[in-house]
Design a binder for this molecule. Sequence first.
Ligand code: LLP
Length: 375
Amino acid sequence: MTDTPFYRYDIGLLRRTLDELRELTGNDSRCHIHYAVKANSNPLLLKHIKEYGLGMDCVSGGEVKAALNAGFPPSAIVFAGVGKADWEIDLALENDIFCINVESEPELDVIQERAHSLGKKARIAFRVNPDVDAHTHSKITTGVAGNKFGIDLNMLDGIIAKAISMDNIIVDGLHFHIGSQILNLEPFRKLCLRINDIQDSLQGNGFTAGHINVGGGLGIDYTDPDNNPIADFRGYFDIFRNNLELRPGQELHFELGRSIVAQCGQLITKVLYVKKNPLKQFAITDAGMTDLIRPALYGAYHRIDNLSNPDGKLQVYDVVGPICESSDTFGKDRELPEIRRGDLLAIKSAGAYGESMASCYNLRTLPRTESLESD
Ligand code: LLP
């Protein structure tokens, strides 16, 4: 067994998730799915995701390079982000990726200038802030007025007109993303209705987008991953099918991250000590917030299983890591089968925004990875 802590990826589950996606969208040639690689860029996962013909959604030059290195076709790569550096824009232009999602007028000016000097035409989409509340965690909601993402609805007409007049810009799409870990699908329906209105108004001014990109955000079941290992893709795609009025010839793009990879990954950690004080009992693990930061950063819940003693007598623990921060806590007051020194715990649903957000704080080493195939 590999030294702990490590991420264990269940490739069988990843493939079953991708099978479901393919079954629901594969017959629709107008529908394109880009995997949001920020969720997890482990090459092992990328290999399988590529085999299913998904494109890639990138938010940095490093991610664009990862997509190209993993063999994703440039024509299936989109590049988003509120602050793209000049070299990142150049990288996208030089590799003729499908689309750069533009978030501001100054960025548009730089893309025009860079494309001109490289002798390229930049295909762009405007990321629009649709002012739709995703009702998710405040740190991962992105589509309401007043946050840094996207172009304000009132400024859209003007910026599109400006971009159309630019020699090295092709305005092809409209891009939206309202947030992440969205389980109640109603905000997606609201997004569709808002996009319909936006399209009506833009069409009135003679502009029809070649594609609509509705971003990602579909949530997964963190509380009961064993019984709900695959996200509600059917409900999600039905919302768009039933509510979004695509215009003739228009293509529909999605950028899904978490819902593709979250459930196939677990963080496996060894218990170093069980520490009792008059008020609490702590299980101190060798994994910490450096390996999985979601609980510390967002107060996120991840189910924890005791792999070594599944039938032990239930007791209450705070499961904590070794880092010098009180927020280094994976779970408070968790009822778990008796935990002993050396037991292995699985912190579940950790395939998305786990390994990809790991750090070396406290000069720790990054977690290792291991994979298995389940049926
Ligand atoms: N498209 C855009 C423009 C995004 O900003 C994101 C995620 C996605 C797509 C993919 O969203 P997903 O399908 O994975 O929900 N670290 C946080 C999540 C941050 C999400 C950032 N943007 C977490 O651990 O919950």
